[in-house]
Design a protein around this ligand. Structure first.
Ligand code: UDP
Length: 344
C-alpha cells in the first residue's frame, strides 16, 4: 500500500516542488494550505508534471478545531512534512506578532494532533536563520544557536525547541529539521515555481520580475557590508535539489534509520554568493538586463552565511546537483512561462 504523507503548505514554493518529488517516488500526498501566500493553480502544475492531482484541503492550521477534524479524518498519515509558515525576514520585523502567532500556533496544533493520532514522523522546514550571524563560516549543524536576527528566525528557533521538547517527552516521535539556506529556481518544466503574491520579498523573484518589466528596478539592500563587493552573501540552493532532500529525510524516518530522535541537517551548496554576483550571474545566464540601485540595509539581514553541508552529504547521501547558472535560468523560464500563460 502507498504511504500517505501530509504536506502542509504544499501549494507553496518549496512545498509544491516537494509534492512533485514525493508523487514521483510513489507516495500518496494530502496537502493542507490556506492559500495565504499561494494560488490554487499550482495544483494544475503539479498534476501536469506528475500525472497525479494531490488531495487538497484548504484551511488554516492555526484553527485547532479544523486541524483536529482533519487529522481524525486522515488517520492513515505516516509522515508530516510541515512547510506552512510565514517566511519573510523584513516583514517579520514589521509584524512580529503575526509571525509568532501564525508559525507557532500552527506547529503546536499539528504536533498535538500527531501525538493524539500516534503519527510518529515529522520533517520540519527550518532555516539557516536559526544560526543568526555565525562566528565561523561555513556554518555546521554544531554551530551555536545565537540570538535570531529577526522574529521570523526566532519562530524557527522556537519551533525547533518545541519539537525537541515534545520528542524528549515521547520516545515514539521522531523528527528531522532541515535547515535551508536560500532556495531559488523552479522546476525544469517551468510548470511550477516561486509565485509570490504582491511585491516579492525575496531576491530572485524580484530579479525575474524586474527583468520581465513588472518592476522598475531591484533595490540591493546595502553595499557597505564586510564582504568583497559590499553586498550580503548567501548560499543559494536549487529548489528541486532541496525538495529531493525532503524525500530522503522522509525515507530515513520511515526506515527508522535516524541516529537521534531529533536530527538537524543543513541544506545548502556550501558556496557563498553575494547579491551583486547573483545579479551578474542572472544577466549572463539569461541574457537579460536587471536594473538595480543600491539602497540602505534591510532590517533583520545577516551579513553573510553559507553552509557546511558535509553532514547532510555524508549522512543522508544527498547533495546539490544543479548549478547556479541553470538554477537562475530555471527561475527566468518560470517567470516567462507564467507571464505568457497569464496573458493568453
Ligand atoms: N535582497 C536585496 N533586494 C531584494 C531582496 C533581497 O538586496 O529586493 C538581498 C537581501 O538583503 C539578502 C539577499 O538578497 O542579502 C537574500 O534575501 P532574501 O530575502 O531572498 O532571503 P533571506 O536571506 O532574507 O532569507
Amino acid at each position: 500500500m502507498k504511504q500517505k504523507v501530509l504536506v502542509t503548505g504544499g501549494v507553496g514554493y518549496i512545498g509544491s516542488h516537494t509534492v512533485v518529488e514525493l508523487q514521483n517516488e510513489g507516495y500518496d500526498v494530502v496537502i493542507v494550505d490556506n492559500l495565504s501566500n499561494s494560488v490554487i493553480s499550482v495544483l494544475d502544475g503539479i498534476t501536469k508534471i506528475t500525472g497525479i492531482r494531490p488531495e487538497f484541503e484548504q484551511f488554516d492550521l492555526c484553527d485547532s478545531v479544523k486541524t483536529t477534524n482533519f487529522f481524525q479524518k486522515h488517520k492513515e498519515i505516516a509522515v508530516v512534512i510541515h512547510f506552512a509558515a510565514f517566511k519573510a525576514v523584513g516583514e517579520s520585523v514589521q509584524k512580529p506578532l503575526m509571525y509568532y502567532q501564525n508559525n507557532l500556533i500552527s506547529l503546536m496544533n499539528i504536533l498535538e494532533n500527531m501525538k493524539r493520532q500516534q503519527i510518529q514522523n515529522l520533517v520540519f522546514s527550518s532555516s539557516c536563520t536559526v544560526y543568526g550571524q555565525p562566528d565561523e563560516l561555513p556554518v555546521t549543524e554544531k554551530a551555536p544557536i545565537k540570538k535570531a536576527n529577526s522574529p521570523y528566525g526566532n519562530t524557527k528557533q522556537i519551533s525547533e525547541e518545541i519539537i525537541y521538547d515534545l520528542i524528549c517527552s515521547d520516545d515514539n516521535l521522531k523528527a528531522i529539521a532541515l535547515r535551508y539556506f536560500n532556495p531559488i529556481g523552479a522546476h525544469e518544466s517551468a510548470l511550477i515555481g516561486e509565485l509570490p503574491i504582491g511585491t516579492p520579498n525575496n531576491l530572485v523573484p524580484y530579479i525575474t520580475q524586474t527583468a520581465i518589466g513588472k518592476r522598475k528596478e531591484l533595490s540591493v539592500f546595502g553595499n557597505d557590508y564586510h564582504t568583497p563587493d559590499g553586498s550580503c552573501i548567501r548560499d543559494y540552493i536549487n529548489v528541486v535539489d532541496l525538495a529531493k532532500a525532503h524525500v530522503v529525510a522522509l525515507k530515513r524516518l520511515l526506515a527508522k534509520k535516524t541516529k537521534q530522535n531529533f536530527e538537524t541537517f543543513n541544506l545548502g551548496t556550501g558556496i557563498g554568493v553575494s547579491v551583486l554576483e547573483i545579479v551578474n550571474t542572472f544577466e549572463k545566464s539569461t541574457g537579460q538586463k536587471v536594473n538595480y540601485k543600491i539602497v540602505g540595509r534591510r532590517d533583520g539581514d545577516v551579513e553573510k552565511v553559507w553552509s557546511d553541508s558535509k553532514y547532510a552529504n555524508d549522512e543522508l547521501g544527498w547533495k546539490t546537483e544543479r548549478s547556479l547558472e541553470e538554477t537562475l535560468l530555471s527561475a527566468w523560464n518560470w517567470e516567462k512561462q507564467y507571464n505568457s500563460k497569464k496573458n493568453e
